[in-house]
Design a binder for this molecule. Structure first.
Ligand code: C2O
Length: 545
């Protein structure tokens, strides 16, 4: 196994998109940032130097971070932010994961432009569980704002309203042919006739689930979130922010150009959304000539933005390739609601701060707790050194009130309590979490991401979770292993994992606007007793608050 050394310089860079140039925060001046290419079992040492004017941290999304929670990266959860002028070196290993992950800033809305891919190939003596592809490409889906994204979220936080939607979706940082001033930079994927291409698709968008397709080509899904899956064929993918999907495509079509395209899956009822389409080009090349370089690429059909049927058909197609280690006995059984709400504004509040519908403020919660980040210590420091007063351990294992989560409910439920509440798990506990979406204010899909773990998605469905009838539907044989589950609109999903990684691990909606509103909670997993179960000591350069 190798150790890979990288320097990530976070800096302001002039970036031009949609005919406008603005200063953007990037890593090493690149958008997207550098792709990390490693083999399973390798180690990474990444020195992050902050030359920007904002606090920053970097999270290695989906990397298990076994015993290395100090390198996980979410601001105020596992570390204090790296201040302007500061630096921090992340040291961690990739163990047992193969496929595609990614990295991103985990501080305010910086991940709008601070993100990149992590490609994990098998150990050098191993091979893929499918025939070696002729070519591999990475497709990172993102969003572009003409305004500074940090200002967009600051404005929304100040007013209590919803933030402005982005001005474009992007593929590898580029909006593509269908947007103004974007044609010459459209990303091109080469395709050889008769060859096979492995495409690693990452949804790095800030606030949008996306459908993804390629004109004329079947997509054979072989992996997701750095785990292999039992291959299945589809014409369209749906990815929530945080999710990755690896697909194989065959060069079995007449040689010319085909659009690769992504567009919103916007399940929120009545919410504004950006319905434009980002594109790249699949370009057949032959030995004689670069095929059809001036032809009009063929445009695929994408499902309509509210096509929950297609989204669900896709997300429920995943199986692990064989039998799994899914826990069949459970020590901790939690029921956690996830959804939006609105807070009444105090009578004397300035109307400029209450711009959600009817003079309210948006909020979001899990089990009616709207999560508040600490500010003086990270939760991991507080936990590790026993610093009191930073968090409380009273996050409820079940919702404080039972109600019809998918219906209209009493106003009192619109008012979550704010707090830095964690749930403690014993090392080694076998955990089940029933995630239940609510529609207190509006119903929508929530991509729920857990740090520090992969979990099995044993079932998902619509309506209120019913412990009797729905338990019978659990797949305890070959459920897929994920780090982000797309919690269906007005529905539920059940995940299981073994709490075998000590640390403080945030579980949150990966729509960034929902994190800001409090759609998060934290598991604190105790150290085990043995050397191999214990969290490593904090690195000397760990930033202080
Ligand atoms: Cu991809 Cu908490 O993040």
């Amino acid at each position: 196994a190798k150790t890979h050394y990288h320097d990530f310089v976070v800096q302001a860079t002039k970036v031009t998109r949609l005919c406008k140039t603005r200063s953007s925060i990037t890593v090493n001046g690149q958008l997207p940032g550098p792709t990390l290419e490693v083999n399973n079992g390798d180690s990474l040492v990444i020195k992050v130097v902050n030359k920007a004017q904002y606090n920053v941290t970097i999270h290695w999304h989906g990397v298990r971070q076994i015993r290395t929670a100090w390198a996980d990266g979410p601001e105020f959860i596992t570390q204090c932010p790296i201040r302007p002028g500061g630096s921090y070196t992340y040291r961690f290993m990739i163990s047992g994961q193969e496929g595609t992950l990614w990295w991103h800033a985990h501080s305010s809305w910086l991940r709008a432009t601070v993100y990149g891919a992590i490609v994990i190939r098998p150990k050098e003596r191993d091979s893929y569980p499918f025939a070696k592809p002729n070519h591999e490409s990475v497709i990172v889906l993102g969003e572009w704002w003409n305004a500074n994204p940090i200002d967009v979220i600051r404005q929304a936080t100040r007013t209590g309203g919803a933030p402005n939607v982005s001005d474009a979706y992007t593929i590898n940082g580029q909006p593509g042919d269908l947007y103004n001033c974007s044609k010459k930079d459209t990303f091109i994927v080469p395709m050889g006739s008769g060859e096979t291409n492995l495409i690693r698709v990452i949804n790095a968008a800030l606030n949008q689930q996306l459908f993804f397709t390629i004109a004329g080509h079947k997509l054979t899904v072989v992996g997701a979130d750095a785990s292999y899956v039992k291959p299945f064929t589809t014409s369209v993918l749906m990815l929530g922010p945080g999710q990755t999907t690896d697909v194989l495509i065959k060069g079995d079509q007449p040689p010319r150009q085909y659009y690769i395209a992504a567009r919103a899956y916007a399940s929120a009822q009545g919410a504004p959304f950006d319905n434009t389409t980002t594109t790249a080009i699949l370009n057949y090349t032959t030995t004689a000539t670069s095929a059809a370089s001036n032809s009009n690429p063929i445009m695929p059909n994408l499902p309509p933005f509210n096509d929950t049927k297609t989204a669900t058909a896709f997300t429920t197609s995943f199986r692990s390739p064989g039998k799994t280690l899914v826990p069949t006995t459970i020590d901790e059984n939690l029921f956690i609601t996830a959804g939006l709400g609105i807070n009444q504004c105090p009578k004397n509040a300035n109307s400029n701060t209450c711009q959600a519908p009817n003079g309210t403020r948006f909020t979001a919660s899990m089990n009616n707790v709207s999560f508040v980040l600490p500010s003086n210590y990270s939760l991991l420091q507080a936990h590790h050194h026993g610093i009191p007063g930073v968090f409380t351990t009273d996050f409820p294992a079940t919702p404080p009130v039972k109600f019809d989560y998918t219906g209209n409910v009493s106003r009192s439920l619109w008012q979550p309590v704010r707090g830095t509440k964690v749930y403690k798990l014993k090392y080694g506990a076998r955990v089940q979490v029933v995630l239940q979406g609510t529609s207190i204010f509006t119903a929508e899909n929530h991509p729920i991401h857990l740090h520090g773990y992969d979990f099995y998605v044993v079932a998902e469905g619509f309506g209120n979770f019913d412990p009797k009838s729905d338990t019978a539907r659990f797949n305890l044989v070959d459920p897929p292993l994920r780090n982000t589950v797309s919690l269906p609109v007005k529905g539920w999903a059940v995940i299981r994992f073994v709490a075998d990684n000590p640390g403080t691990w945030i579980m949150h909606c990966h729509l960034d606007v929902h994190i800001g509103w409090g759609l998060a909670m934290v598991f604190v997993v105790d150290n085990g007793v043995g050397q191999l179960e214990t969290l490593e000591q904090p690195p000397e350069d760990l930033p202080v608050c």
